[in-house]
Design a protein around this ligand. Structure first.
Ligand code: SF4
Ligand code: SF4
Length: 276
């Protein structure tokens, strides 16, 4: 079973939930798809033994063949190539690797070269994978794709997705059996939860909500979930003990039997609700 953990916004405790859930399931594979800021490793402390570069093909122009016709610039929908006064300018960071400029070039002046945008790292037991996007790179989907090629089918898999509801999240969540949406009881939390709910409903994947930093006044989240027939799977209280452990790289399940039990129950609920 593949379980995606996501949140409409950053800082809601998505990694606490995904890493705690993974630590509560025997043999679980944890996949950190939050490639701009992967931090599951801080808590799960994997023994990383493999690091694989993720490369993308980008165009390179042979100036000796180019006649400055401008066809390549007209063909690129992403403004990653432009021809100014007969000279070709390339912006490889925003290239989407579609190959249209190669096809459009009448001189055969364009060829592709590999460009490294990040890495994927794998633990020795293949129970931990993470993607890491190089600083300044704007396109992370190729790294998510590489991670997803390596998902295991023989064990439960927990995917820690990027915050928000971008194409990176869609790529991570696609094909999962269940989604856990992590939120917090604030107006921003509710606003972003609604966006995440819309996305996951459109994708047709079963889901439930975990309220993190819960207080006595969770009314708006509870009301919204009740009105929309959404199951609240778990509430994690706003607790100094949990916050302190977290700041020391310790998950609630790693130092508290009660939380271990609660996350085991969360997994049972997810199993019951997942795509059959
Ligand atoms: S490969 Fe596609 S996106 Fe990249 S520069 Fe060429 S046309 Fe633009
Ligand atoms: S399409 Fe080819 S020949 Fe024309 S400007 Fe671009 S690289 Fe040069």
């Amino acid at each position: 079973m593949k379980i995606a953990v996501l949140s409409g916004k950053g800082g809601t405790g998505k990694t606490t939930v995904s890493a705690s859930l993974a630590a509560s399931i025997d043999g679980c594979q944890y996949v950190d798809c939050d490639v701009e800021e992967p931090n599951g490793a801080i808590f799960l402390k994997p023994d990383i033994t493999q690091s694989i570069s993720v490369n993308v093909p980008v165009p390179e122009v042979d100036a000796s063949k180019c006649n400055g016709c401008g066809n390549c610039g007209k063909a690129c929908q992403f403004h990653a190539i432009a021809v100014i006064k007969g000279k070709v300018l390339l912006f490889p960071e925003i290239c989407h690797h579609c190959g249209a400029c190669l096809i459009a070039c009448p001189q055969g002046a364009i060829h592709e070269v590999d460009r490294t945008i990040g890495v994927i790292e794998i633990s020795n037991s293949n129970t931990f994978l993470q993607g890491r996007l190089n600083i300044g790179e704007p396109i992370s989907i190729p790294i998510i794709r590489e991670l997803k090629k390596r998902l295991r089918n023989d064990v439960a898999v927990v995917l820690d997705c990027s915050p928000g509801a971008s194409c990176t999240v869609v790529q991570s969540v696609d094909g999962c059996d269940y989604c856990i949406l992590v939120t917090e009881p604030t107006p921003f939390g509710l606003h972003d939860l609604k966006i995440a709910v819309q996305l996951i409903k459109k994708m047709g994947i079963p889901f439930g909500v975990v309220v993190n930093k819960a207080t006595a006044d969770n009314g708006s989240i509870q009301e919204y979930c009740a009105e929309n027939y959404i199951e609240v799977l778990m509430e994690i209280p706003f607790s100094q003990e949990i916050a302190q452990a977290y700041s020391n790289g310790i998950l609630p399940v790693q130092n508290n039997e009660q939380w271990k039990q609660k996350f085991a129950e969360l997994y049972q609920k997810v199993e019951r609700g997942a795509v059959k």
